[in-house]
Design a protein around this ligand. Structure first.
Ligand code: LHQ
Length: 261
């Protein structure tokens, strides 16, 4: 069934997922959360897809939870269950898929939209992009993994500051703080994000996926256990055709032709 709240295209190893509720700056309603999870699963299952681009339609990346929708649900709305059944599944899907997810951050990423943007693996931001932990403005705590990820990305000092102030972090500051990898002019964003994605899609996909797994796992491990886990992932990587090809190409002094297997 086609998606209604997002656009999904796939070509030349790259799946592009565009959040598409621009009249709300791509606020998440239940349908968009469910469809984003399903679209990521589709990209995960499709062996021809070796990298994913996540972006937003219009001038926003995502403004987070659709507050009009939330308001309409009245006092019985259980926020905990809403998070557990929605955003948590979305964030875990992003982290568990062993393909790089490139965020093409086209505009404001606020609230849970900020969390989703930051859980992409490589972030290309437009000069018009900004990041905002909007939660405190409406009396909430950061959610959708922001409390776990942000101190790891930028340290507690800045993470707690932006949680309290809900200030909009503009793209140049986001770059200086290590929230994004690259900042480009607005007009170049799609091409630049796809350039990176196309490069990743031609890489050793299994090794990229295992690297993502090992780095996330390392957050929970001491050095001894992390070394052991690296050895485990290296054994898996060494069984791939891409490892054979990489070594062969090196010895033959030619560029490697990775197939993602
Ligand atoms: C919106 C939204 C929006 C609906 C802009 N919803 N329409 C999880 C569990 C359960 C409940 C609660 O939440 C969560 C997680 C969360 O994500 S909490 C945080 C929710 N998000 C926010 O608090 C951000 C709210 N939005 C804003 O502060 C501003 O819109 C930002 C700073 C993102 C952008 O400001 P502007 O560029 O000035 O745009 P705008 O405010 O004029 O918005 C444009 C339109 O989008 C406008 O509609 P309209 O019909 O007037 O043109 C807004 O109402 C609509 N919109 N965010 N989250």
């Amino acid at each position: 069934m086609p998606f209604e709240t997002l656009l999904y295209t796939a070509a030349e190893g790259v799946a592009t997922l565009t959040l598409n509720r621009p009249h709300t700056l791509n606020a998440f309603n239940d349908q968009m959360i469910a469809e984003a999870i399903e679209a990521l699963r589709q990209a995960e299952r499709d062996a021809a897809v070796r990298c994913v681009v996540l972006t937003g339609a219009g001038r926003g990346f995502s403004s987070g939870q659709d507050l009009a929708d939330t308001q309409g649900r009245g006092a019985d709305f259980n926020l905990g269950d809403h998070l557990r059944h929605g955003y948590h599944r979305l964030i875990k899907q992003m982290v568990k898929m062993e393909k790089p997810v490139v965020g093409a951050i086209n505009g404001v990423a606020a609230g849970a939209g900020c969390s989703v943007a930051l859980f992409t693996d490589f972030r290309v931001a437009s000069e018009k992009a900004s990041f905002m932990l909007a939660f405190s403005k409406i009396g909430l705590v950061p959610d959708s993994g922001a409390n776990w990820l942000l101190p790891r990305l930028i340290g507690y000092t800045r993470a707690y500051q932006i949680a309290l102030t809900a200030e909009k972090i503009p793209a140049p500051t986001a770059l200086a703080w290590g929230l994004v990898n690259v900042v480009v002019p607005e007009a170049d964003l799609a091409a630049e994000a796809h350039k990176w994605a196309a490069q990743f899609a031609l890489g050793a996909t299994r090794a990229f996926g295992l690297t993502k797994r090992a780095m996330y796992r390392s957050f929970d491990l001491d050095l001894e256990a992390a070394l052991e886990y690296e050895a485990h992932t290296q054994v898996i990587a060494a069984r791939t055709a891409d490892f054979q090809e990489g070594v062969q190409a090196f010895l033959e002094k030619r560029p490697a032709q990775f197939t993602g297997r």
